[in-house]
Design a binder for this molecule. Structure first.
Ligand SMILES: [Zn+2]
Length: 405
């Protein structure tokens, strides 16, 4: 039976409120109903109804704490709400060139286990891609004596242009084909809901839920590794662009007819800053030995090698130029430089800061904060897990609405 538009709107509104309450509890850790109502500027009755629904879905739980009171020997117990960490198990995956990293987390984002699955081929057909993901997930679940059926959702991060709303990949360096609609592939291979998203967006999501973006409304996350990625959070929401092709910071141009980029164009920021670019520059500069890794370039620079120093300094200058363009465009509260293993010190040196300041339109207020976040090598998988938790929350809240109607 068709619902009336008014009742559909009311149901949508209830879902929005439930998700806002849930996200507020996630941000605060533990909080009372009355404090939620005042923070969200809504009525206590609305919060009471929303929290009752969230408790029934297993997403949150009540805890009793003793209220501190100097006058009374024993304070009145106070009821706080917390996420129900053990309620759902979610998987986050990052598909890189040589490995798939998997992390299983509880609903609070705590790591339950992690696993690395070696990859023979950096580029796969969509069928091989999904099959390999399935294998990696089975292995990760086996580590904790569970099966894939116990997962409430899996989120997959890949480099490239992704329309996350419909699990559609326009292009990725991990795939042999362009324009792949993954919804069918994932549904037939995996028993749980699955979500694909651009890897830099996932790191932005992790910064928002667990990291240096917590509680901020407008911030940018720049990821630097093989390429250069950007996640844009505006007014608390991830901005993806109309076709899912936005935020390609690595392919903004910093030099007319400049260095060749892996995208095929010239003068892209990534062609100066990405790790393949550093290796290429260092190798061209020093053909006698040939530099193989970014770590070696850093090591050489630290021990005084002028060529290595100049390769890193040039990357820093190009990066500073790019960051000043971002500040001119977005004027964010904070820019977070998120790295997994890579050494980032050449990207926030005093010389780079000077370059940034000289490129930002002059006003008499301080620059946005620039912070560095070293995540360790599970950064991308943790990012995927953060997005998975958010998507599972949305699904569970939608299920609530279906049961209630
Ligand atoms: Zn490019």
């Amino acid at each position: 039976m068709l619902k009336s538009k008014a009742s559909q709107n009311a149901a949508d509104q209830r879902n929005i409120t439930r998700l806002r309450v849930l996200e507020h509890i996630r941000t605060r850790g533990s909080i009372s109903r009355i404090d939620i109502a005042s923070a969200l500027q809504t009525s206590p009755a609305t919060v009471t109804a929303a929290t009752a629904d969230l408790i029934s879905a297993g997403l949150i739980k009540e805890i009793q704490t003793e209220q501190q009171s100097k006058s009374a020997k024993r304070g009145r117990p106070r009821v706080l709400l917390q996420l129900n960490g053990g309620s759902y198990l979610v998987a986050g995956l990052k598909v890189a060139r040589h490995v798939i990293s998997v992390i299983l987390v509880d609903f609070e984002g705590n790591e339950v286990t992690s696993y690395k699955h070696p990859l023979d081929d950096a580029r796969m057909t969509p069928t091989a891609f999904v099959g390999t993901i399935r294998e990696a997930m089975d292995q990760a679940c086996a580590q904790i004596d569970e099966t894939i059926d116990t997962l409430s959702g899996v989120s997959i991060g890949i480099a490239g242009l992704v329309d996350a709303e419909r699990n559609f990949v326009h292009w990725s360096s991990s795939l042999t084909e362009r324009n792949v609609d993954f919804s069918q592939f994932l549904e037939s291979e995996l028993p749980c809901p699955a979500f694909i998203e651009n890897d830099a967006n996932l790191v932005a999501k992790a910064e928002q839920l667990f990291g240096l973006g917590k509680g901020l409304k407008n911030f940018l996350v720049v990821t630097i590794e093989h390429g250069v990625g950007l996640g844009i959070v505006l007014d608390g929401k991830l901005y993806r662009g109309e076709r899912g092709c936005g935020a390609e910071f690595g392919h903004t141009k910093v030099q007319l007819d400049g260095a060749l980029c892996q995208c095929g164009q010239r003068g892209c920021l990534e062609a100066y800053v990405g790790d393949y670019a550093l290796i290429r520059e260092a190798t061209v500069a020093d053909q006698s030995t040939g530099t193989e890794t970014v770590t070696e370039i850093h090591k050489n620079a630290r021990s005084g090698d002028e060529r290595a120093k100049s390769v890193l300094a040039r990357a820093g200058q190009m990066f500073g130029l790019g960051i000043s363009n971002l500040i001119n465009l977005f004027d964010p509260e904070r820019i977070i430089l998120s790295g997994a293993q890579m050494d980032l010190e050449h990207l926030y040196s005093e010389e780079v800061m000077t370059r940034i300041r000289s490129g930002v339109v002059n006003v008499d207020t301080p620059l946005p904060e620039i912070k560095v976040h070293h995540w360790g090598d599970l950064m991308w998988a943790k990012g995927a897990a953060a997005y998975g938790i958010e998507q599972v929350s949305i699904l569970k809240v939608k299920e609530l609405a279906t049961h209630a109607s």
